[in-house]
Design a protein around this ligand. Structure first.
Ligand code: F6P
Length: 482
């Protein structure tokens, strides 16, 4: 029997008060079913050399957390991960600030992860690495002699080679990815973008007709695994939360007004400034809604030490203030903008109470709030999802009102269309989306990835010799050849 070892930058052990993000929900769902180990940074930084991992066991899952050196963490997390890879992968070149120092810290932290994880690994482990912070981890583990299958899932978009090669170290990044046995992406777009990088570096012959990538003797299983939600869990949370104090207080305060709801980490990729303009346009062009609709935007602060996040916070405060200053009445505030977080169950209760779910990121790997909004609805009287066509979720949720998030007028009209949609149409759209979400829920996502990883054990001999067969071809745009 193999043991599942999940690795992510940040670990969030289950706490009732926490509202975990998509990544944490996915990892916990996998580990709760199979048992195993979750390894990652515990949230503390230290001045000296970090010690051994701290290990806690709860409900059959072991949590191993490490500390990171303060200076290195800053360059790795605030720097390379969130000032280089995050903007680049979300196609925001303007926000990218590359420095070789940050890159070195990123590689060094990945070496630390490998070194600290190594003594915890057992012969039958299957290692599942999550997200862009840890792309080099498989290479670093292989260098230390790890031979167990290692998979990687990217929760965010993957950029096409024309965007990716802006990064001075793009070839290394692609080569690091090919050290995994399985690479999972959210959508076919992301897989195609990955193939464009592989073709650029290794030649078109490296991409097999089934989409897998062949480099020398090694076959890398690159596939699409769209992350799902825990359909039964979210429904239960939403229904129960409806009668909770905090959800009741919120619904009572609406005084019968319609509710437009947004829930996003405060991040420039979520398109909140554009969304606020769209709401303002909606109020301007459909004045019959003045005093009759309330928009609540929950946006907990994140990555507050990164410059772009400080800037977006300011812009949003100004935008919300502008709209409220212009339209508010003594007994009505058009936008309630909150920077605080709520427990996951409460958020599901809020989503259930909304007539419109407004999910308009400028680019998003998946966006689980969109999926949660659909699942949280009352089947008999569901709300309407207004969804960005630049979110991964739009590929599955084609019955939402799909909008271009940059087009404030289109988003404004979509809000009006959602509020005036007939019950029959709302039910029809909702049922179609719910069916898709039930078919590909979080359990299916977890099972498919774990199965793909287990399958690669058959290719184990190839794993032994894979890397040594790679050589560098210089003076060619395709630097690495099998
Ligand atoms: O979805 C991307 C992601 O970085 C996840 O890995 C993480 O759960 C979430 O965003 C929150 O990010 P951070 O750990 O930087 O606050």
């Amino acid at each position: 029997m193999s043991r599942l070892v999940c690795v992510s930058n940040r670990i969030s052990p289950p706490r009732k008060s926490a509202a975990p993000g998509g990544l944490a929900v996915g990892i916990l769902s996998a580990l709760k079913r199979t048992g195993g180990l979750w390894f990652g940074w515990g949230g503390e930084t230290v001045e000296a050399e970090p010690g051994d991992p701290d290990i806690h066991i709860r409900d059959g899952v072991s949590y191993a957390t490490i500390e990171l050196r303060k200076k290195e963490f800053d360059l790795y997390y605030n720097g390379y991960a969130n000032e280089v890879l995050w903007p680049l992968f979300h196609y925001f070149l303007k926000g990218m600030r590359y420095s070789a120092e940050q890159h070195d810290a990123y590689q060094s932290v990945n070496r630390t992860f490998a070194k600290k994880l190594l003594p915890l690994l057992e012969a039958n482990d299957h290692v599942w690495v999550h997200d862009y912070h840890l792309i080099p981890l498989a290479r670093r583990l292989r260098e230390l002699g790890v031979r167990q299958p290692i998979g990687f899932f990217l929760h965010i978009p993957f950029p096409n080679i024309e965007m990716l090669r802006v990064l001075p170290t793009y070839a290394e990044l692609l080569r690091d990815l090919t050290c995994y046995d399985v690479i999972g992406f959210q959508t076919h777009n992301d897989l195609r973008a990955f193939h464009s990088g592989i073709e650029h570096l290794f030649g078109v012959e490296a991409i097999r007709p089934d989409g897998r990538v062949k480099i020398g003797e090694r076959v890398v299983h690159a596939e699409v695994f769209p992350i799902g939600v825990d359909v039964d869990g979210v429904r239960e949370e939403a229904v129960q939360a409806t009668s909770s104090d905090v959800v009741r207080r919120m619904t009572d305060s609406l005084m019968g007004r319609d509710l437009v709801m947004g829930v996003d980490r405060l991040d420039y990729s979520k398109g909140l400034v554009e969304r606020f303009s769209a709401y303002q346009y909606f109020l301007e062009t459909h004045p019959e809604n003045l005093g009759r609709v309330t928009y609540i935007q929950i946006a907990p602060l994140s990555r507050t030490d990164v410059r772009a996040y400080k800037e977006i916070r300011q812009s949003l405060e100004q935008a919300a203030g502008r709209t409220n200053g212009r339209f508010a009445d003594t007994d009505w505030t058009p936008i309630r903008y909150l920077n605080r977080n709520f427990p996951h169950a409460t958020l599901m209760g809020f989503l259930r109470a909304a007539q419109v779910g407004l999910v308009t990121p400028l680019r998003d790997g998946m966006n689980l709030v969109a999926k949660e909004f659909v699942v949280a609805q009352d089947d008999n009287d569901p709300g309407v999802l207004v969804l960005s066509n630049l979110a991964g979720a739009a590929r599955e949720l084609s019955s939402a009102l799909l909008v271009n998030p940059y087009d404030s007028r289109a988003v404004g009209h979509a809000i009006q269309a959602a509020l005036s949609m007939s019950l029959d149409e709302r039910r029809e759209r909702h049922a179609a989306m719910l069916q898709v979400l039930k078919r590909n829920d979080i359990i299916t996502w977890t099972r498919r990835f774990i199965e793909a990883l287990a399958e690669t054990q058959r290719d184990a001999p190839a794993r032994e010799i894979g890397e040594s067969r790679m050589r560098v071809v210089r003076n060619s745009p395709q630097h690495y050849r099998a």
